[in-house]
Design a protein around this ligand. Structure first.
Ligand code: SF4
Length: 726
């Protein structure tokens, strides 16, 4: 294949894999891994399909406005100019803020973990904060809460979200509710290398997915019971003295007195409620495996760990994270080589608009109900957003990508919430079921058509030391503009130009880079990036303490106690499981969970033939014995039934599952014309939209996380003509 090869990186998911792009006669034809880049050992099928995404015929190429009411089957899209689109958006937002305050304007974006919004997300946040709205809905309660915000109540820091696993030096790697092979490929390649040099690997996952097959311990936990497993592991470690006593004494609040008892004793008694045999009954993990895994955690230190959304979509998400964080604290591995480390960052000016925050700002929606939840950090859960839109506290929405009705539970309620808005603008690459409800759609470039500045690639000190200015590989298609450009264009029209360098993105980048000493000219001359020599400092807490009220790691959280929550980590049966809902268990005896696909980022990419050919149909994975008991054979179309209704999928056998557990996939709606594979309506009887039959409630009382990964269901053969048309 001839043509120029251009150093770049793929920003389609959190991995941000270093890559080289082939551009032939002005056409982007291939993306390949770049082993010289610290995240470039491999790229996945989604990255390889990047050219197909760029040139896909269904891309949005022009701004359009709706001419029919929101409940019409046909929105009546009419092409408009960028000036008309942006002027209209600015006028509507200014008018809404003038009449009901800036808080009546909600903002949304896709998750930076699973989309290229990472190129612009800090700037989106700056726009939101400069505008004055506290209401930003970006799915954090479903993806991010457990890595970034919940750990603040234990560590005062985002562990493991920002204190990342030092996989190159770890003695033991613990992945919990996290499959890096689909979620963060650079972690997967580093883990394979670590295992090859002798590191131990513990994977906690209800499915034997990804690296679980290479693990020394694969703990097949019943969905939603992870806190019981963590408390049991901690119990075994305390009982055997398998913990870092010096760290516990010096850097946790173990020695504090609470109502006449030592925190350590309180923790030990809480954990003692979960001896391995009890935990086996709750979690399904054999007692001997729990003890063996606890031994490995101790003997193979330092421990590097990572968690993901497998833990964040449960009614007990926050306490589960607390339990795992406390377990991790006992290993004494925080901020030591081979543990979870805050790697040194290239100095830069922050641009996320934190300077606009003040106590005078109106509270975010949901703060009253969950004062320690996402609203405390000015994020709004999907559940709260829908409620606020329906009761007219939020009247307008500006959304940078994302597919709200497909990504949250209660899709039908989401549609009603979006219909009830006075004004809704969505920026996106493709039309979606969410975009169909917008008043204006703005066409967005793919990341391969736009420039982006990345300061640090996070994974390791080497990666964190790299600064790269990704070049556009090809010109934008049609009239598409990058999210970044849209933010700056909109900001100037909203009268916020002074905070956005009067719309000059280059000037903004120069400001961001200034403390690093690196110039845009340096970066343009070195498209593979500029490396800044940095040295990791470890055990930084020894100088500063932890950013918690006690300046220690909080095994007991007085903050949680003051708000009426359990101050010690605790386990509660998932609120939507067959055990907690015996009234539903006869009709819905199975536990329904869900997992990411190897081939698609969340609700995206089903239209891309290179990806869809590998996964042509929505699937539900089930144990062969559960299928046989229902007269289902592999490949049959089935209905997935919950108390909220039924959707369809094809049965796939997975003998590694507990027979009582099934795994489905969310995000199925889009057709693939090239392969003649159908789409599915997001609502109604022919739907394959899992979130149509999952609810956002009962949610986690602290965070509002939805119970999307452990709810009751049953599966039955679908007695109809082939619904897939294939
Ligand atoms: S894992 Fe795949 S989609 Fe994610 S950044 Fe790497 S190549 Fe892109």
């Amino acid at each position: 294949m001839g043509g120029d090869t251009v150093p770049t990186f793929c920003p389609l998911c959190a991995s941000r894999c270093g890559a080289r792009a082939t551009v032939t006669e002005g056409t982007f034809v291939a993306l390949l891994p770049d082993a010289s880049h610290p995240t470039g050992k491999a790229i996945c099928l989604k990255g390889k399909a990047a050219p197909e995404i760029v040139y896909h015929p269904s891309r949005l190429l022009h701004p359009v406005k709706r001419t029919n009411p929101r409940d019409s089957a046909d929105p009546g899209w009419e092409q408009i100019t960028w000036d008309e689109a942006l002027d209209t958006v600015a006028e509507r937002l200014i008018a809404a803020a003038a009449s009901d305050g800036p808080e009546c304007v909600g903002f949304s974006s896709s998750s930076p973990s699973t989309s290229a919004i990472s190129d612009a997300v800090d700037w989106v946040q700056r726009l939101i904060r400069a505008f004055g709205s506290p209401n930003y809905c970006n799915y954090v309660e479903l993806c991010g809460w457990g890595r970034y915000l919940a750990p603040l109540y234990t560590f005062g820091a985002s562990v493991p979200g920002v204190y990342l696993p030092d996989l190159d030096n770890a003695g033991c790697i613990l992945f919990w509710g996290y499959n890096p092979s689909v979620a963060r490929l650079a972690h997967a390649t580093s883990t394979v290398a670590a295992v090859a040099r002798g590191a131990k690997l513990i994977v906690v996952d209800p499915r034997k997915a990804g690296l679980a097959s290479k693990a020394d311990h694969w703990l097949r936990v019943r969905p939603g019971t992870d806190a019981a497993l963590a408390l049991s592991l901690t119990h075994v470690m305390i009982e055997h003295g398998w913990y870092d006593a010096d760290f516990v004494r010096d850097w946790t609040n173990a020695a504090d007195d609470v109502e006449g008892e030592r925190v350590w004793d309180l923790l030990a008694s809480r954990c003692a409620q979960f001896p391995a045999e009890v935990a086996q009954e709750i979690t399904g993990v054999p007692a001997a495996d729990i003890v063996a895994a606890a031994r490995t955690l101790w003997e193979a230190r330092p421990v590097a760990f990572y968690t993901w959304s497998g833990l964040e979509q449960h009614s007990g998400a926050t306490q589960t994270i607390r339990a795992i964080d406390v377990l991790y604290a006992l290993t004494g591995s925080l901020d030591v080589p081979g543990g979870n480390v805050l790697f040194e960052a290239v100095p830069s000016n922050p641009i996320d608009g934190a300077e606009f925050l003040s106590d005078a700002r109106p509270p975010a929606v949901g703060l009253e109900q969950r004062p320690l939840g996402p609203a405390r950090f000015e994020y709004v859960t999907g559940e709260d957003f829908y409620t606020a839109a329906l009761d007219r506290r939020i009247k307008a929405l500006v959304s940078f990508g994302g597919n709200m009705v497909m990504a949250h539970g209660d899709s039908a309620r989401g549609r009603e919430a979006l219909r009830s808005l006075d004004f809704f603008v969505q920026a996106d690459l493709f039309m979606t079921p969410t975009g169909e409800l917008a008043d204006i759609m703005l066409p967005v470039t793919s990341p391969f058509e736009s420039e982006a500045l990345k300061i640090g690639f996070e994974y390791s000190q080497e990666a964190q030391s790299l600064v790269q200015l990704r070049q556009p590989l090809v010109a934008p298609r049609g009239e598409a503009r990058s999210d970044l450009q849209i933010v700056f264009d909109l900001a100037t029209r909203l009268g916020l130009g002074a905070h956005f360098w009067d719309g000059d993105i280059e000037a903004a980048f120069r400001h961001q880079l200034a403390p690093s000493g690196i110039t845009l000219e340096d970066l343009r001359a070195n498209p593979a990036g500029v490396r800044v020599p940095l040295t990791t400092r470890y055990r930084k807490y020894a100088q500063t303490g932890f950013a918690t009220p006690s300046h220690k790691v909080e095994l007991y959280s007085a903050t949680l106690a003051a708000h009426g929550y359990e101050p010690l980590p605790t386990f509660e049966e998932p609120l939507t499981s067959p055990r907690s809902r015996p009234d539903l268990a006869d009709r819905y005896p199975l536990v329904l969970s869900c997992a990411k696909s190897l081939f698609f980022c969340e609700a995206q990419h089903r239209q891309v033939a290179a990806l869809r050919k590998s996964a042509p149909d929505p699937q539900v994975e089930m144990h062969p014995s559960a299928a046989a008991a229902r007269g289902i054979t592999a490949g049959d179309w089935v209905t997935l039934d919950t108390p909220q209704g039924s959707v369809r999928a094809r049965a796939k056998f997975n003998p590694s599952l507990d027979p009582q557990v099934v795994f489905a996939q969310h995000g199925w709606w889009e057709a693939c014309e090239e392969l003649g594979l159908p789409g599915y309506p997001p609502y109604g009887p022919d739907s394959a939209n899992l979130n149509l039959v999952l609810r956002q409630t009962p949610s986690d009382p602290i965070s509002g996380s939805s119970p999307l990964r452990a709810s009751v269901c049953d599966v039955a053969p679908l007695h109809a003509a082939d619904p897939g048309g294939s």
